[in-house]
Design a protein around this ligand. Sequence first.
Ligand code: SF4
Length: 417
Amino acid sequence: MGVNIEENKSAVLAHRAGEIAAKIPGGNTLARSVEMMVAWGRANSLWPLLYGTSCCAIEMMSTGASRHDWARFGVEVARASARQADLIILAGTVVEKMGENLLTLYEQMPAPKYVIAMGSCAISGGPFYYDSYSVVKGADRLIPVDVFIPGCPPRPEALFYGIMQLQEKIKKEGREIPWEIGELVKSPCIDTFTKTKQDWAALEKEKDQEMAQAREQFKKENPDYKPAKPMRLKKEKLPSPARKKPAPKGISNWTLLQTLQEKFPEITVHDHPNASRKEVAELGLDYELDLVVPKAQYREVMQYLKDSKELGLEMLIQLTCVDWKEYFDIVVHLLSVERGHKLFLRCRVDKEDGPAIETISDLYPAADWHEREVYDMFGVRFANHPDMRRIYLRNNFPGHPLCKDFEDPSRVIVRPY
Ligand code: SF4
């Protein structure tokens, strides 16, 4: 991804002015003084762009709020427009889909401009380093970063330190060290983390050995030394509060099953195909009935559940998918808003069948986006869906990332353990 390197007009102007001033006696000193004043002013009046994507953003907001108050450091007015900002603090995870927008924002910022990567996510992908198809493994693959602040999340004090480091860098800028756009990381997406982890473990081992030696030495030199015993407080025993058993909500599992099986005898309970009344009762009151529906009857069953006044399962909580390697399970979770009972239904879709199944978005409108999500992530198509296209990923994304056989070495670093 290329960054549009714009001409640094202020640096060029400063350079020319410096050249002219140098010809006058004492002019060099004067030019340097002006440069220092400009750099000082620039360093102490940073205008950050409002940009926070996940948890680190909370720490950044806290840094700006009254307790920490980053205005004390000259980081005064957070701007909503990139055209008025000269600092972007990447506080949080940078995902691939956001990448292009981030580039646009960076290009819209007037030069000289600076970037701080705050937290492990922005630095390297953080907790999403392994097995993630969507998180950029380091924001410096997209835009040049001036200061990295480690942590998950870094505290406001750490952000202050990062800002101060950036200010030191800016203060040195002038004709001799002009502001220029930094380098991007061009290396392929490889697992450097595991090697760092191993090196770190070796260092820790060395440290432990040194500590053990130091302890031995101390024991030899102080044979009578007795460490103070920590005083343990007795744990207070509190009476456990009386808990009422929640009353069963809505229709019982057995009645639900019986009613459905009367109309659709092929329906079975997942993992208990021939469950008797007693067995269903033994599953307990907290157990939500998990039924297996044959694909041929999927739509008919859903239509019945939607229309049935007796069962009243009028709300779709969730429609999702599970990849079992050999086949997919489409899982639907329904709720009776009025009476409170819930029901899971799963329907097997073989991979050789497209994979495809009929839509239920006309019965349960909430299924519309859920079905698009399943298509995006697993590649299962829903026949007669009004708008069967990707919902999260770009149209040219290679494959469906939640499938067990998804591979993309340019994006995904597979966990080696
Ligand atoms: S580094 Fe940690 S705290 Fe910051 S965005 Fe990532 S997961 Fe959240």
